[in-house]
Write a protein that binds this ligand. Sequence first.
Ligand code: AMP
Length: 397
Amino acid sequence: MAIKTINDVNLSGKRVLVRCDFNVPIKDGTINDDSRIVAALPTIKQLISQGAKIILVSHLGRPKGEKNAKYTLAPVAGELAKHLGQPVTFVEDCVGPEVEAEVAKMGAGAVVLLENVRFYAGEEKNDPEFAASLAKLADAFVNDAFGTAHRAHASTAGVVKHLSPAVCGLLIEKELAYLGDKTAQPERPFTVILGGAKVSDKIKVIDALLEKADTIIIGGAMAYTFALAEGRTIGDSLSEPDFVDTAKSALAKAKAKGVKFLLPLDNLGVKDLDFGAGTVGEQKIFEGNIEDGWEGVDIGPKSIELFSEEVKNAKTVLWNGPMGIFEIDACNRGTFAVAKTIAESGACSIIGGGDSVKAINMAGYGEQVTFMSTGGGASLEFLEGKELPGVSVLDQV
Ligand code: AMP
């Protein structure tokens, strides 16, 4: 399914409602990470140069359908203005007569940012009346909020009924190209590295990628459920015993399809882990079984070597999920080593959102990868092969 983008339509002079993902971390009015704002700039700048009237709408946090100053988008307007080099008018609501009056004053190339759309319960319920009041502000719609594209909300899907054209922005276009096309027709060998906490969260992704990848590497706590499936002991490591059969099926499917499936050869075990304090007690490397009383928290040196060799030979690499509890210094070696190898591999490197993006930035390799997704849940659902409701409702080529 090919979706129209802002390059396929003429939005000059039109009032355009642009759904962005400005769900940025804000503390005491200061934005701690502006990468989502930066990711939205190409679309906004292109619309400015076309002389559109740009009405930006986004959510921030989970205000649960009520106005709450803690979740105001006001700081984003100032930050955006700095990046764009032009004023961005912040409107203290997102629907109603005052917002309509503000929009009526807009000239060509003007930018307005509406207040948090989740201050209304109708947003997440995709309430048709709420969607109609939002849509009333504009003539056309652009969805560029990949991070919420897996949700059918009023501002991601409901408004489309009223606005034409309804197309995607340059960020969503890029996300679909990397997470979709580049993994559907990858340059081979195509190596996938999956980690993180739970097999249950990622089994559908594993299933879908078993159809496309040449190699699948598993790390993180997920690997301990696979270790149980292989009959190994895992001490006190995090695992999902209810998903051992699921792990066994994935292993069998990989074998049947001839997909190389690599699990850690060794693990770092620790005692007395204190996540809050960021500390661990005694440490020991285990090859094979992990003894009782020890918790597996990272992959070991032999696994790092095995995984790195595989990544070095790949032409396309997709990474989602850390190899260990990378938030704690003593447990970040495997994750950071994988980040380094990916960054230096020369392969087309695609980093699925959330923790892997955080980890690759912490390791200092963010600038060296080909693409970092802005969507955590959305990138996983898309990789699973699910339709994204915020995308599938848009105009098709
Ligand atoms: P996910 O959201 O599923 O990608 O999981 C990310 C989380 O998995 C991070 O917060 C990691 O600390 C956690 N994680 C990774 N490896 C382990 C492990 N061996 N034991 C416990 N948690 C882990």
